[in-house]
Design a protein around this ligand. Structure first.
Ligand SMILES: *Cc1c(COP(=O)(O)O)cnc(C)c1O
Length: 454
């Protein structure tokens, strides 16, 4: 096989995988997973046939994948992949562009500008915001929070970029009780401390209770709110939080973790749910969850012009003078993949109404699943406001056994979570492929598994 034949073969195998995904169960069989031991071989001492490496990937690793790109995977909040996103990824990888600087890739730079503008447009966020494409929401949160940290400290007369945090004026960091675990990791990463936070109590949906925001605070305050609680999909009361912050300090920053929930902004029928969300200083979201692009794609959006640049710019003798938007000076990484190309491709093909439709169709499927399970005697624990369904089947213990049975069955996949300290089952509809018919079938699988338990 020559180089070109090798690539044609890889493309053929990739397309064959995608074509077969809908008909496959969500989970590989135990035998398919066991077969991964084929990779337990010593490092070859000398070159081997590259076609052989691809064959091994296709024959052994492919069958042992979780079929997240089909309609039957409801685990975590893992999205699938639109064909146009995968196709764009093929091209981006073929181009081998380093998107760090416009001088390294005019194409990536142009698509950054267009994708960023379209994103802000479809989400209704301030059009002057800076947008950075990073690896995921964890890093997007960290990037936004680092920019917020540096802005708050600059206003307090401290240059944290050069001086670090030792000796800096303290920042009060506020999170809700239901903050995502990775947001606290992001806080730790940027030196603010994962546990050095003021925890605001939350209601039965996991929303911050605004009246419980602390009184008598002063000085720099960084509030981390949430659009889309990871179990319930609930949205914090953004207007009340923004009002509280403005009344409490003249040195505040409001950040929103909207890893998946931020996309609700694109759906005009959910304007009440997202009220006030656009009043924040920064927002983090994922492309690889609800927008259904490939891994790894997170998006950091900062309304305050220049804040990302202050935090992430770097200086070296060989760097050219600034020229347009320079990704390496607005994100933690320097060299980077042109993640914006897939985001552009999805927005270009879905259009404004298509993104709204994606939010609606997955949310409708979630509602259908919740209603059917409720009819069947399950306890639906959340108000299904977007794509998340949180349920229990009798006791937490019985719910755990049901989840084991569903995962053993393998036709669909959904997982356990802890809700108010006890096991619950979370069904997340994040794949663009999941139709109402698929959702109905998922409920049937869950019911069959429940019957088998009895
Ligand atoms: C998934 C998620 C994250 C982390 O996102 P990654 O893309 O996995 O880094 C953060 N916050 C919330 C609410 C999430 O759902």
């Amino acid at each position: 096989m020559n180089d070109i034949e090798l690539l044609q073969e890889a493309a053929r195998l990739a397309v064959e995988y995608v074509a077969g995904a809908d008909a496959r169960p969500a989970t590989p069989t135990a035998a398919e997973v066991d077969a991964l031991t084929a990779f337990d071989e010593p490092l070859p001492e000398a070159p081997t046939d590259p076609a052989d490496a691809l064959r091994l990937l296709n024959d052994v690793a492919g069958p042992a994948t979780m079929v997240t790109t089909g309609p039957n995977y409801y685990g975590f909040v893992n999205g699938a992949t639109y064909p146009v996103a995968l196709g764009a990824a093929f091209l981006v990888n073929a181009w081998d562009q380093n998107a760090a600087l416009p001088v390294m890739s005019p194409a990536a730079a142009k698509l950054h500008d267009v994708a960023s503008a379209w994103l802000l447009d479809v989400l209704g966020l301030p059009e002057h915001s800076d947008v950075g494409f990073v690896t995921g929401a964890t890093v997007a949160n960290a990037s936004c929070l680092a920019a917020g940290r540096d802005e708050l400290l600059a206003r307090a007369g401290w240059d944290s970029k050069s001086g670090g945090l030792f000796g800096a004026p303290p920042i009060t960091v506020i999170v809700g009780q239901n903050v995502h675990s990775t947001l606290r990791k992001s806080l730790g990463l940027i030196g603010l401390g994962s546990d050095r936070v003021v925890m605001v109590p939350t209601d039965d949906q996991g929303r911050m209770i605004a009246s419980e925001l602390p009184a008598d605070l002063s000085g720099p305050i960084l509030v981390c709110a949430q659009a889309g609680e990871v179990n319930t999909g609930a949205f914090d009361p953004f207007d009340e939080i923004a009002d509280w912050l403005a009344a409490t300090t003249d040195n505040g920053w409001l950040h929103v973790d909207g890893a998946f929930g931020l996309w609700a902004l694109a759906d005009p029928t959910r304007s009440q749910l997202v009220a006030g969300l656009d009043r924040s200083d920064s927002w983090a979201t994922d492309g690889h969850k609800w927008l259904n692009v490939t891994y790894d794609c997170g998006i950091a959006i900062v309304a305050r012009e220049g804040a990302l640049h202050r935090t992430f710019s770097s200086v070296a003798g060989y760097l050219p003078p600034e020229d347009g938007f320079e990704a390496m000076h607005h994100t933690p990484q320097s060299s980077q993949r042109a993640r914006q190309v897939e985001v552009w491709a999805v927005l270009r093909s879905l259009g404004r109404s298509g993104v709204a439709q994606l939010v609606q169709q997955t949310s409708v499927a979630a509602q259908l699943i919740g209603a059917r399970l409720s009819d069947a005697g399950f306890d639906v624990l959340n108000d299904i406001v977007i794509n998340q369904v949180l349920v229990r089947y009798g006791s937490a213990e019985r719910t755990g056994r049901l989840l084991e049975e569903i995962q053993r069955d393998g036709r669909i996949w959904c997982g356990a979570t802890q809700w108010r300290g006890e096991t619950a089952m979370r069904v997340s509809v994040s794949s663009w492929k999941t139709t109402p018919a698929d959702a109905t079938r998922a409920v049937e699988v869950i019911m069959e598994c429940a019957d088998r338990l009895a």
